[in-house]
Write a protein that binds this ligand. Structure first.
Ligand code: MRU
Length: 351
C-alpha cells in the first residue's frame, strides 16, 4: 500500500519526498526497477534533481525547492545565501508555475523575517507549502471522483499521482479516490514519450494501489477512444493561463483533440497553485526545450543516428476550447467559465 502523506512534528513524508531537516527525494529516474533515495539538501543537488527529473511534477518541484531552502535555513545559511539559492531553484525549470509560486512565497519570508527568526520563518513557510499541497490534492480528488461513474474506463497521460505532488496527486488522485469509493475502473495509461512517465511511474503507482490498468503507447490512444473503451480523459497541468489554456506533458494537446473528435470529455485536474493569473493565454506560457538526445534514445540506448535532427519540447499547450472542465480544489469549473474568476474571452471552437 502507498503510504499517504503525513506530517509529524518534525518529519514530513510523502510517496517520493522526505524532510527531516535534510531533503530526501526518491530518484524517479530509476523507477520502477530501483527505489533509491537521494539527499537533495544542497541547492545544487536539488537543482540537478529538478532538471534531471529525479523529482518532477509541477506541485512537487515547488514543494521540493521550498524544503531545500528550509534545509539550508536549518543549517544556518545566511540571508544572502538563501536568496542566491532561491534564485537558482526558481530558474531550474521554466514551465511549471508551481515552482516559481512556491519559491516566491519563501522569498517573501526571506526578505521580511528578522535576523533572529529567519531560519524558523523559512522552515515554517516551506512546511506549510507541503501540508497545503496535501490538502489541495485531497480536495481535488473529492470533486473529481464525484464525476466518475462505476464501470468507466479512464485514459490518462504522464504521471500525476503521489510521485508528482506532496499528496495523492491531481488526475491520478481523482482516479485513486474513485477507486477507494468502490467504483470499478479501468485506467488506460499512455506511456508518455519520450521519458515514459506513464510507462514507468503511473504503472508503478497503480500497481501499488491495486487499480486495474492497461499500459498503451501514446499512439494507441485513438483506438481506445474510437472503440469507446474510455469514457473520460483525465490529465494534470503545469501552468493554466487566465483563459483556461494549459500546458501539460507533451502529447496532451493531441490527446485532447482526439478526445474531442470522439466526443469523450477531457478534464484538467490541477490546484490553484498551477493557475497563473499573469498569463493571459497559452501562447504566453514558456515551454521547456529539453535535450534532443532524450528523443533519439533512452537509458543509454540510442536507436536513431547520433546526428539525427530531433526536437524535444517537454510540454504542449491545450486550448481551453478542448477542455470539458477544470477540476480545482475549489470545485469543478466548466468550459466557458474562467479558471481565474475573470470572464474568459470568446474562443474559436475546434469542431
Ligand atoms: O516533465 P514532468 O514529468 O515534470 O511533467 C509532469 C507533467 O506534465 C504533469 O502532468 C504535471 O506536472 C501535473 S502533475 C501533478
Amino acid at each position: 500500500m502507498i503510504p499517504t502523506a503525513e506530517v509529524s512534528v518534525s518529519v514530513l513524508q510523502s510517496l517520493s519526498l522526505r524532510y527531516d531537516g535534510s531533503l530526501w527525494l526518491l530518484d524517479q529516474r530509476l523507477l520502477p526497477e530501483e527505489e533509491r533515495w537521494i539527499d537533495a539538501s544542497a541547492p545544487e543537488a536539488c537543482v540537478a534533481a529538478i532538471q534531471g527529473l529525479a523529482v518532477r511534477g509541477a506541485p512537487l518541484i515547488g514543494v521540493s525547492a521550498a524544503l531545500c531552502l528550509a534545509a539550508n535555513a536549518e543549517r544556518g545559511l545566511s540571508r544572502a545565501g538563501l536568496l542566491s539559492a532561491a534564485a537558482r531553484l526558481r530558474a531550474a525549470r521554466p514551465t511549471a508555475v508551481n515552482l516559481m509560486g512556491a519559491v516566491d512565497r519563501v522569498l517573501a519570508v526571506i526578505h521580511a523575517a528578522p535576523d533572529d527568526g529567519l531560519a524558523e520563518a523559512v522552515i515554517t513557510e516551506a512546511r506549510a507549502l507541503f501540508t497545503e499541497d496535501v490538502a489541495l490534492c485531497a480536495a481535488m480528488a473529492d470533486h473529481g471522483a464525484a464525476l466518475i461513474q462505476d464501470g468507466e474506463g479512464i485514459l490518462t497521460h504522464c504521471n500525476t499521482g503521489g510521485l508528482a505532488t506532496a499528496g495523492i496527486g491531481t488526475a491520478l488522485g481523482v482516479i485513486r479516490r474513485a477507486h477507494e469509493q468502490g467504483k470499478r475502473l479501468h485506467v488506460f495509461v499512455d506511456e508518455t514519450r519520450p521519458l515514459l512517465q506513464g510507462g514507468r511511474l503511473t504503472t508503478w503507482e497503480l500497481q501499488r494501489l491495486g487499480v486495474p490498468y492497461t499500459l498503451i503507447t501514446d499512439s494507441m490512444a485513438a483506438l481506445i477512444l474510437r472503440d469507446g473503451r474510455a469514457q473520460r480523459v483525465l490529465v494534470g497541468a503545469d501552468r493554466i493561463a487566465r483563459n483556461g489554456d494549459f500546458a501539460n506533458k507533451v502529447g496532451t494537446y493531441g490527446l485532447a483533440a482526439l478526445a474531442r473528435f470522439h466526443g469523450v470529455p477531457l478534464y484538467c485536474v490541477a490546484p490553484s497553485t498551477t493557475v497563473d493569473p499573469r498569463c493571459p493565454d497559452g501562447a504566453a506560457i514558456p515551454i521547456e526545450a529539453r535535450d534532443p538526445e532524450e528523443v533519439r534514445g533512452a537509458r543509454g540506448q540510442r536507436w536513431a543516428p547520433a546526428e539525427a535532427p530531433a526536437e524535444n519540447p517537454a510540454f504542449d499547450v491545450t486550448p481551453a476550447s478542448l477542455v470539458t472542465a477544470w477540476v480545482l480544489e475549489t470545485g469543478v469549473v466548466w468550459e466557458g467559465a474562467s479558471v481565474s474568476g475573470r470572464p474568459a474571452p470568446p474562443l474559436p471552437r475546434v469542431m
